[in-house]
Design a protein around this ligand. Structure first.
Ligand code: MSP
Length: 640
């Protein structure tokens, strides 16, 4: 199937920021995903270079508009590769071919009587480059630019948008997926309940010359939206180009809600007047906010993509943005949240799973993919989880629910990490009779990793390449042929990769290895926590403490924390205890151990996890030793 994906063309009155980057990352990710599904995709982005605010910005910079737009447009063009974004076409509205296309369309629409000359009074927002209705104002101001619009009366040319109102309502009603998510479709339909006004499409050259002259009246240049929206046609060679006939009917535009009205109302009515079918879909996302406010160049609260890439790497930035935002809703940006995603989801969950799996295969299987033996229930469970992940992933990606698609992948990553703990390959390796079992565990792990590497390709292309190389996969990733279980060839060679993601400390300095004892003061959860406390307690007081033997049956690291492990213990009932021992014990080292716990401590939440008790441990000269029982006892036995 063919698909044509576009981003808005961004104004060049300021440099690219995270908001622009997000839309363009979404577009790039979706294109990569569709290619992974075997589709032919054309991806276009670009810059919007005419209009009043560009002239003002150029004046502010003390250069000509031409020099200015060249400079900023180049910044956009150079930013995208830093984020692994690869558009097929980068369009500029100052391209001569675009200017000609706009003029041809204006002439055509004028000739058929859909453009007329008239006087208009209205409230004009320079930020939006359009007249706003009273209803759109909040406290008399434009909600996006926080400035009161200016009353303007002018003679201008108008596009008969009102003529197409009923057609547009019918089209939206007959094509439920035309505008998604649904909330924006509803917003547009509700707006269309009021009579639609005609659209002012020109500016007098007495006020603005930096625009495209109207072909039928050179005292005017075209108004910014009539120029800008047509970029989507120019880029694929309208009217005669081969790409145009191939791609127009499958065009999908991606925008944020700020430009919903031009895309959902002006553009389809313009297309109808031009005699073209409307685009196929409009995907609308929410804002990245800083605090409660939209991140925007006019408010000056922006985050620069290049700086983010410098600090975290392109794959982390892409993952973070797509994982954090629920498409259609607003999201708050915070560097802390990014750091947490990097350390927990990427370094801990995916990075650890990958490196410990491959390290064990190197150590215990001579770096070759072993052939699986007869699977057991636990293996089939992992395989089923991985196959369900592929289905969920595809369904969610198809609907632009990138956060949910990634959550499905991370569920399997977490399942696979547990699978390692449950199977304890390091123990299986000690027993020659368990060779087949060990091989099966390794095969199931590697196969799961192969499927994970397929799903993350659109979001984290560089990481996917590293994973595929380490797994010895030669072919280009392809969801249509490679998403079945069991394709990894036994005996193929794996290579040990470098860590996929570095762990970053909270001061954002890069660390190369795992956390070292002594990096941070250790705050253990042992009774020695308060050594200065010299108060003696009575026997009755001591009797209140319910000390018991607990057997650890599962352990896992906790996202966002270097020092906490989440333990599942039997004492004798199953309970969760969060213990501050992660700097001294790997999860797999503690499973099976019997320890002493304080069982009647009031439950408390640590990193969002309710902890029901405390594991006793002994702190000695910077090391930590778990309390133990000298011989195996029944879990839950009282300690007195
Ligand atoms: N030039 C017009 C678009 C013409 S398209 C035919 C324009 N340019 S813009 O530079 O202001 O870009 C607006 C777009 O940038 C938004 O629709 C969105 O894609 C992106 N974003 C800008 N700020 C953003 C946020 N704070 N959050 C999310 N996206 C943001 O409008």
């Amino acid at each position: 199937m063919d698909t044509y994906i576009t981003t808005p063309i961004f104004y060049v009155n300021a440099q690219p920021h995270l908001g622009h980057a997000f839309t363009t990352i979404v577009a790039d990710t979706y294109c990569r995903y569709r290619r992974l599904c075997g589709d032919e995709v054309m991806f276009q982005t670009g810059t919007d270079e005419h209009g009043e605010k560009i002239v003002q910005a150029a004046q502010g910079a003390g250069v000509s508009p031409r020099e200015y737009v060249d400079r900023i447009s180049l910044m956009f063009r150079e930013t995208w590769p830093l984020l692994a974004i690869k558009p097929d076409n980068f369009i500029r509205t100052t391209d001569p071919v675009h200017i000609k296309t706009v003029q041809d369309i204006l002439q055509k629409v004028y000739n058929q009587g859909d453009i007329y000359f008239s006087e208009y009074s209205g409230l004009y927002c320079r930020g939006c480059e359009r007249f706003l209705t009273e209803k759109e104002l909040v406290d008399g101001k434009c909600p996006d630019h926080q400035v009161a619009p200016e009353p303007i009366t002018e003679q201008n040319y108008f596009f008969r948008m009102s003529k197409y109102q009923q057609w547009l309502i019918d089209h939206i009603n007959n094509h439920p997926e035309f505008i998604t998510p649904e909330r924006y479709r509803n917003e547009v339909l509700s707006f269309l309940k009021e009579p639609l006004e005609d659209l002012c499409i020109s500016r007098p050259t007495s006020r603005l010359t930096w625009g495209i002259p109207l072909p039928f009246d050179d005292r005017f240049v075209t108004y910014v939206w009539f120029d800008a929206l047509i970029n989507y046609l120019t880029g694929i060679g309208y009217p005669g180009g081969e790409n145009f006939s191939r791609y127009w009917a499958v065009a999908e535009h991606i925008i944020a809600k700020d430009i919903l009205k031009p895309h959902a109302i002006y553009w389809p009515t313009m297309l109808c007047s031009i005699g073209l079918v409307p685009y196929k879909k409009l995907h609308v996302h929410g804002y990245w906010n800083i605090g409660e406010t939209k991140m925007s160049k006019s408010l000056g609260n922006v985050v620069r993509p290049a700086e983010m890439v410098e600090a975290y790497g392109a794959d982390t930035v892409r993952y973070f943005l797509l994982r954090e935002m629920s498409f259609g809703l607003d999201s708050g940006y915070s560097a802390d949240a990014l750091l947490i995603r990097q350390n927990s989801d990427l370094a801990n969950d995916l990075g650890n799973l990958f490196s410990r799996s491959l390290t064990m295969v190197a150590k215990f299987a001579g770096s070759r993919v072993p052939a699986a033996g007869t699977p057991t229930e636990i293996d089939r469970e992992l395989r089923d989880a991985a196959m369900t992940m592929i289905d969920t992933y595809r369904r969610e990606m198809d609907h632009f629910a990138f956060n949910r698609a990634l959550a499905a992948v991370w569920e399997v990553i977490s399942r696979a990490n547990k699978y390692i703990v449950e199977n304890a390959p390091w123990d299986l390796a000690k027993d020659a009779d368990k060779r087949e079992r060990l091989d099966t565990v390794f095969y199931y792990l590697l196969e799961t990793l192969r499927l994970i590497s397929l799903t993350i390709e659109p979001v984290m292309p560089a990481t996917a390449v590293k994973m595929r190389q380490a797994l010895g996969l030669g072919h280009e990733p392809d969801l249509t042929t490679q998403a079945t279980w069991g394709l990894l060839a036994p005996q193929s060679v794996i290579t040990l990769p470098e860590a996929l993601f570095p762990r970053l400390d909270t001061g954002k300095k890069k660390k190369t290895g795992p956390a070292q004892a002594g990096d941070k003061p250790l705050k253990t959860m042992t009774p020695t926590e308060n050594p200065e406390d010299e108060n003696l307690i009575s026997f009755d007081e001591f009797k209140k403490i319910d000390l018991r033997v607990a057997e650890i049956v599962a352990a896992e690291k906790i996202k966002k924390s270097d020092r906490l492990l989440k333990l599942t213990v039997m004492a004798p009932e199953e309970r969760t205890i969060v213990a501050g021992i992660a700097e001294f014990y790997e999860p797999e080292q503690v499973v099976g151990k019997q320890v002493i716990i304080v069982a009647n401590l009031k439950p408390t939440k640590l990193m969002g996890i309710a902890s029901h008790g405390m594991v006793l441990a002994i702190k000695d000269k910077g090391s930590l030793s778990l309390s133990a029982v000298s011989s195996q006892v029944t879990p839950g036995s009282k300690v007195s």
